[in-house]
Write a protein that binds this ligand. Structure first.
Ligand code: FES
Length: 167
């Protein structure tokens, strides 16, 4: 195994994902998608491992594929992925103040996208295909239409309350 710090159960999960796709080189993208779903990003040691487990691949190739596609993240992401739409319709109707208020709330410097507590990752997207509801924010799979900074504040407060009461 490439690292001793990772839990054994993590490797069992990775093995079962690889096996569920018959350990085939042609299924690499699907395998990476599943691994990302499981770990919320693609850890480097797991990419290396996949490169040694699948015939016809190397760790460098797997790493190359993972860095090529924008859908893959090599950095840990938060439990809540917040996508602020900044397509034309959303931009015109005020998506940026919502985005900026979240950025400030999470204390994100330029070039950082995940809050220090690991709960939130903030992203912008170009159009979520729901322009009639602009400005739109999606948190994980839930769509929040006609967002304002005040409404966003309440939504984040509610998530934090739920998180704290779950502890
Ligand atoms: S521009 Fe935001 S949903 Fe289309």
């Amino acid at each position: 195994m490439p690292t001793l710090t990772r839990d054994h159960s993590d490797w069992v999960k990775v093995d079962s994902i690889i096996e569920s796709y018959d350990a085939k080189k042609s299924n690499l993208i699907a395998i990476l998608q599943k691994v990302q779903e499981e770990f919320r990003y693609l850890p480097e040691d797991i990419l290396t491992y996949i490169g040694t487990k699948i015939e016809g691949l190397s760790p460098a190739t797997v790493y190359g594929v993972a860095t090529f596609y924008a859908q893959f993240s090599l950095e840990p992401k938060g439990k809540y992925i917040i996508k602020c739409c900044d397509g034309t319709a959303c931009h015109v109707r005020g998506s940026m103040p919502v985005y900026t208020s979240l950025k400030q709330r999470f204390g994100l410097e330029d070039g950082t996208f995940t809050s220090k507590d690991g709960l939130f990752t903030l992203e912008t997207v170009s159009c979520l295909g729901a322009c009639g509801l602009a400005p739109v924010v999606v948190i994980n799979d839930k769509v929040y239409p006609q967002m304002t900074t005040d409404a966003m504040k309440i939504i984040i407060d509610t998530i934090l309350d739920e998180e704290h009461s779950a502890q």
